[in-house]
Design a protein around this ligand. Structure first.
Ligand code: OGA
Ligand code: NI
Length: 339
């Protein structure tokens, strides 16, 4: 069957029926105007304080933004512009990447990663393993010009930032600084390019419905267009782009390793009428052969029993991708220890 990318159409006149969400899942008009996702200055002199700020943001929101993170702004701008150019290329240049097989890498698809879920969501996505660069560079797209080179520069920068953040979190949790280094975060780093074209009626559909990411942490790079919302105390909070800030959100694996202390954050993407929005996300996950479970130090005594059993990431990914509802409890069901 031919896959029809949203980005292949110049202008969408209507939202087709199969993209229309049930009323209770639609964006609604109210995203909280006054709540703000915490902003953390990574270059602060007192790194213990930075570490505490990350932890309290992690416990409260499951997401935060970092500034003074050390990744050159020009590199981020180039990366985002090239990701957008990728989707705006002629259909025939994108066709070689299109696939309905979720195991294919790289893979370009539209709507949901799991395949034919309805309602379909309003985005196109390119999914590529990127790190280590030497191992995956041959998979980076050859077009548009400079994308490959830019990804090769950007990838180690993103990896370095993620490692720095994981160290700060480990220290904050009272674990060894390198607890999350090595295999626990050593799986192939996956990069996603998300493209949300202008939508004729944003009140009817979603760019991505409510979900948690499977990884330890995700770094999300966005340009000037809003669309990301996170759930906090049953309220949707808009994570509006702030020049030079990178969004860092906790995924399911972190909830397991921290024994529920740091929550995976539920989030979604809303669309807009006027401009295309492109984001680049980088997911940090455990190596496939790494045993994952609550850290002993966080789950050893009677008052703090382990909430999850041990498992390996491929088992979790299988459960995650077969859950077409995206419901966080269902994702975790098979891994929870029931008392
Ligand atoms: C995702 C995601 C958010 C965005 O790719 O899982 O939540 O703003 N993306 O693109
Ligand atoms: Ni997500």
């Amino acid at each position: 069957m031919e896959i029809k990318l949203l980005s292949n159409r110049v202008k969408h006149e209507i939202v087709p029926d199969n993209y229309i969400y049930p009323v209770h899942q639609r964006p609604g008009i109210h995203a909280s105007a006054w709540k703000q996702v915490p902003i953390i200055n990574l270059a602060g002199d007192n790194q213990a304080d930075v570490s505490n700020q990350i932890l309290s943001a992690g416990k409260d929101f499951g997401v935060f933004r970092v500034i003074n993170h050390g990744i050159p702004q020009q590199l981020i701008d180039d990366m985002l512009a090239l990701a957008q150019e990728f989707f705006e290329m002629p259909a025939e240049d994108k066709a070689p990447y299109l696939s309905e097989d979720p195991t294919k890498e790289p893979r370009l698809f539209t709507g949901h990663r799991q395949g034919n879920i309805t309602p379909v969501c309003w985005r196109d996505c390119l999914f590529i393993p990127t790190y280590p660069v030497g191992k995956y560079e041959h998979l980076y797209p050859e077009k548009p010009n400079n994308l490959k080179e830019t990804m090769a520069k950007f990838t180690p920068e993103a990896r370095g930032l993620a490692t720095r953040i994981l160290k700060l979190i480990s220290v904050g949790l009272g674990l060894e600084e390198d607890y999350l280094a090595g295999n626990r975060s050593g799986g192939p780093m996956k990069m996603l390019f998300n493209y949300y074209p202008p939508c004729p009626d944003p009140s009817l559909t979603l760019g991505i419905p409510r979900h948690c990411d499977p990884d330890l942490v995700t770094l999300l790079f966005q340009a000037k267009v809003s669309g990301l919302q996170v759930l906090h105390d049953d309220q949707w909070v808009s994570v509006d782009p702030l020049p030079s800030a990178i969004v860092v959100n906790f995924g399911h694996l972190f909830e397991v390793i921290s024994n529920g202390l740091l929550k995976a954050v539920e989030h979604r993407v809303v669309t807009n009428r006027n401009v295309a929005r492109t984001t680049v996300s980088v997911g940090i996950r455990s190596a496939d052969d790494c045993v994952i479970g609550p850290a002993d130090a966080l789950a050893s005594d009677d008052s703090n029993p382990p909430l999850y059993r041990s498992f390996m990431f491929p088992e979790f990914v299988k459960a995650y991708t077969s859950n077409t509802t995206y419901d966080r409890e269902i994702n975790m069901e098979a891994f929870k220890i029931k008392n």
